[in-house]
Design a protein around this ligand. Structure first.
Ligand code: NAD
Length: 259
């Protein structure tokens, strides 16, 4: 299926690795020109070069921390009028809420709630004026089924989800959709780190901890960031203009509910 977005421009945040990279690659394969961001130059440039060689689209890189004013300003200066915005940033640390002070909470809220809202605020009116916009926020299964050690994620991302639920209904009539993608366990650096952390805490080897994780996933495997990217590209397609305000789990069946 041709997704009808060839020649559009996407700002994909935190895209040098993992899920953001998967989204950038899938959009590029549909002919979307990219502005991609990350904190480290080396890996970002390598990813940009791989995307250019594989797809021939234009890829611009912006080095910076997207959770800061400065990082967002740099991203928006390179891409002031995106047709597609993929919001992403690193996830918060695990821990016990008794140890988190106000500054820790503000950092998590900045990264996983307020940064996407700021970027949407800066770009959505242009999308409305141009009568096309696709916004995808990478959140987590933690908004549907809280993860005990990830209280910062449970809280910050659910706040974002509530805000998006309201806004998405206001932009839909202008062909501007806003949806959230909820990853389960994908094979990325972040997952490798959480499995290593679990192994240490439970006194297991990393292989044993990974085997424990797989037992919770009906698909019997971790997800591939490339398949996450394909779902993102669909939500950004011309065909998906009637899909908005939704929360899509991509988790190999791990969430156990009927709905
Ligand atoms: P990852 O660590 O593999 O990759 C993160 C990418 O984001 C890297 O390119 C990194 O350079 C970039 N990045 C991180 N913080 C940034 C910042 N402040 N500014 C700019 N770039 C930044 O992570 P991932 O697994 O792809 O996860 C992406 C998001 O999805 C995270 O918020 C994570 O918590 C969430 N998530 C991931 C999974 C999973 O299974 N991988 C599951 C649930 C939620």
């Amino acid at each position: 299926m041709d997704l009808g977005i060839r020649g559009k421009t996407a700002l994909v945040c935190a895209a040098s690795k993992g899920l953001g990279r998967g989204c950038a690659f899938s959009l590029a394969r549909e002919g979307v020109n990219l502005v991609i961001t990350a904190r480290g130059r080396e890996v970002l440039e390598k990813t940009a070069q791989e995307i250019r060689s594989a797809t021939n689209v234009r890829v611009t890189t912006v080095v910076g921390d997207i959770t800061t004013d400065e990082g967002r300003r740099a991203a928006l200066a390179a891409c002031p009028a995106p047709d597609i915005l993929v919001n992403n940033a690193g996830g918060p640390p695990t821990g016990d809420f008794r140890d988190w002070d106000r500054a820790t909470w503000i950092k998590a809220l900045d990264a996983n709630m307020l940064t996407p809202i700021e970027l949407i605020k800066a770009t959505v009116d242009g999308m409305i004026a141009r009568k096309f916009g696709r916004i995808v926020n990478i959140t987590s299964t933690s908004v549907k089924a809280p993860i005990p050690a990830l209280g910062l994620s449970n809280g910050a991302r659910t706040g974002l989800t509530g805000f998006i639920a309201g806004l998405a209904r206001q932009t839909a009539k202008h062909n501007v959709t806003i949806n959230n993608l909820l990853p389960g366990s994908f094979l990325t650096d972040r997952t490798r780190q959480t499995i290593a952390g679990f192994a240490k805490a439970a006194g297991l080897t990393e292989d044993q901890a990974a085997a424990e994780r797989l037992k919770t996933i009906p698909a019997g495997r971790l997800g591939d960031p490339a398949e996450f990217g394909e779902a993102c590209a669909y939500l950004c397609s011309a065909q998906a203009s009637y899909v908005t305000g939704q929360n899509f789990l991509i988790d190999g069946g791990a969430y156990p509910g009927t709905f």
